[in-house]
Design a protein around this ligand. Sequence first.
Ligand SMILES: [Zn+2]
Length: 419
Amino acid sequence: MSPNNLIIKNASQVVTCSGFGAKAGAAMNELHVIENGAVVVEDGVISAVGPSEELALRDVPADAAVIDAAGKAVLPGFVDSHTHFVFGGYRPDEYAWRLEGVPYMEIMRRGGGIVNTMAATREAGRQELGKAGEGRLDAMLAMGVTTVEGKSGYGLDLETELKQLEVMAELDAKHPVDVVRTFLGAHAVPPEYAGRSDDYIDHVIGAVLPVVAGRNLAHCCDVFCEKNVFSVDQSRRLLQRAKALGLQIKLHADEISALGGAELAAELGALSADHLLQATDDGIDAMAGAGVVATLLPATAFSLKESYARARDMIEKGCAVALATDFNPGSCFTFSIPLVVALATLYMGLTPEEAVTAITINGAAAVGRAGQVGSLDVGKAGDAVILSYPSYRFIPYHIGINTVEKVVKGGRLVVDRAK
Ligand SMILES: [Zn+2]
């Protein structure tokens, strides 16, 4: 008898998003929907998926819990593949300054910006960081997120970078949401290294990265590759070292300027390049050719009143696009999946089908877990969301509104908003 045996049956749609890798180009429109479908989970793992009437009794463990999903759509648990959800402090004054049009340099002079969060995160105790992180994971889970990527990068020193990653490891162990940990020691140049970004990269490569990798604290390594932050050469140096130490790699790329981050992601075989507001045609072609997931973060562009990334061009050129929230305390204080889907469909031209692919299987691919989560396929984790409505099309249609009624994690019902 397992508490992780479950059957979800009679669903108006089982939207499987079937696949074990990123879906590129036209394939993003293929959701593989089963009408009147069922999903069986045995010991936390999906053991059968198909039309309800075709599932034989022998396919279902005798002690399985039953969810009747009549009139409701079932999808894979969502994957938010880019967040910075563990941090100390808040920056509401800075938001107000931005609304007044205060330039970023002046905001920095007033003590805002990333250094503000760095100081608060260095100051914060583990318990405090964990408690705040846990509350955020609860809220994400209620919106259907069952796997989230979380980055360090608010310590910018060995001790605090490790603290952030360790807090995420603890949360991963105790919370239903799976946390994929990304080391982002090269998020910004800390004040101690002002004007010496090369020295800081040397320090990260020589003194921080080996400890992170040695203690298995991160699955991925990321870098803020941007003009006046870390150059393409510095980013390459760091990411090559990370790869050699066994980490998968990601980049904050071409957000503010077309520096060549997309091209670098393709050259190094990164899982994903993220932001990409300024990515060039050559960069997009390179990502498509190398199978790098283009992770787009429309809530950040919205929040900063920037133009959106060229999602349509990327899909037409054969890229796999993922959508994520970029939740962070500065440029984008939201982890709202409904908002991200609304922006992507209204302003970036994604179809409802492409948006669903972008928050499921392509999000999973962007964090290196397309083999384990992101679709309702036999052998994958029993992570599913059940909407209050009969079709996945209600997700974009209900603008900014949470349409998720139930969330199942590893075959266990962990959220029930119908109650
Ligand atoms: Zn980010």
